[in-house]
Design a binder for this molecule. Structure first.
Ligand SMILES: C[S@@+](CC[C@H](N)C(=O)[O-])C[C@H]1O[C@@H](n2cnc3c(N)ncnc32)[C@H](O)[C@@H]1O
Length: 321
């Protein structure tokens, strides 16, 4: 491994600075900027397989093992002192941030479906986005659904099609290469470690815990494996009388481009509804310039509809959406 790999990792951490700043995590922005310039930490990352060199895996592992480092000096000291445990955690775990607030955009995309809905989430992590009907909402202060422990407030711009009722979900199926169990304390600790420190952390942690309790009470069907390989099988698990909806958030970015195209082709061939929230340009057909790094693009059946805040709270409907 040479200088190219070192530069690639440094560049990834520099890009993360921008994302962390946009997502109100000045601490992670500061840590990521320090990593990008630190040869020792870059060496540490170079000793890991490429897929394990991601900023969130490093910061998540540190957060799990002793809380987020308070400053770059602490990060360096902990890698020196505790590098083996950090490495083992990064090898053992995947970036699996699970954010139930992403359900607010999902319910706006499902509003035109009358009758039962069968949800298939690919890349479901602990499945916390499979319960849009168990959460309650406020869109610009307008309530939707009876009050839940997971209450999602969203500010909107543009003609967001806020429905007047929640979807009637009759089946929930998740597919993940490494499903997390919302009832398992270790998996919950990892999910908590993936929440970025900053002013949004406390409400996110509260929401995460409440959603995990809801999911644990009413477990979804979960298939372990690759989202392309197992999707047809997941579809077979849905009851005949529902509208099948395949959805995903912050997942396709982990696939090679050719595999994303393969997934999109497969979904289109299945005759299902398709709802995605991914970074701009990730779903084939959504243009790269639709949103900045701090936004996802909500697409429905492959058509871009809105810009959404990745951790919820905001939906900007596109004029052409
Ligand atoms: C960042 S998490 C997002 C979780 C959830 N969709 C959400 O928005 O809260 C990405 C998830 O995709 C899963 N994943 C990534 N590539 C996958 C693949 N090829 N097949 C199945 N799952 C995959 C990861 O294991 C992880 O749980």
């Amino acid at each position: 491994m040479g200088n190219d790999d070192r530069s690639r990792i440094a560049e990834e951490f520099r890009s993360f600075v921008e994302a962390a700043t946009g997502m109100s995590s000045p601490l992670y922005a500061q840590l990521a900027a320090a990593v990008a310039e630190d040869d020792r930490i870059l060496d540490f990352l170079l000793s890991l397989p490429r897929a394990k060199q991601q900023p969130m895996l490093l910061f998540g592992a540190l957060a799990l093992l002793g809380g987020p480092p308070a400053a770059p000096e602490e990060l360096r000291a902990r890698i020196r002192r505790d590098g083996d445990r950090v490495r083992a955690t990064m090898l053992d775990r995947f970036t699996q941030t699970n954010e139930p607030a992403r359900c607010a955009a999902l319910v706006t995309a499902l509003g035109d479906i009358t009758g039962p809905v069968g949800l298939i989430e690919v890349g479901s992590s602990a499945g916390l986005c499979l319960y849009p009907d168990r959460y309650s909402y406020e869109f610009d202060g307008r309530p939707l659904g009876s009050r839940s422990a997971v209450h999602l407030r969203t500010a909107t711009t543009g003609p967001v099609p806020v429905p007047d009722r929640l979807p009637h979900v009759t089946a929930r199926v998740g597919i993940d290469q490494n499903p997390l169990d919302p009832a398992d304390p270790d998996d919950r600790a990892w999910l908590r470690a993936l929440v970025w420190p900053g002013p949004n952390a406390a409400p996110r942690l509260e929401r995460l815990d409440a959603a995990a309790r809801i999911a644990a009470r009413e477990p979804a069907t979960v298939l372990t494996g690759d989202l392309v390989d197992r999707l047809p099988e997941a579809l077979d698990l849905l009851p005949a009388d529902c509208t099948p909806v395949v959805f995903h958030t912050a997942v396709l970015v982990y696939l090679e481009r050719a595999r994303r195209e393969e997934f999109a082709g497969l979904v289109r061939s299945l005759g299902v509804r398709w709802v995605a929230q991914e970074s701009a340009g990730i779903v084939p057909g959504t243009a790269r310039d639709l949103a900045g790094p701090e936004f996802f693009v909500l697409s429905v059946d492959g058509r871009p509809m809105a810009r959404t805040a990745p951790h919820g709270g905001r939906i900007d409907w596109l004029p052409e959406g």
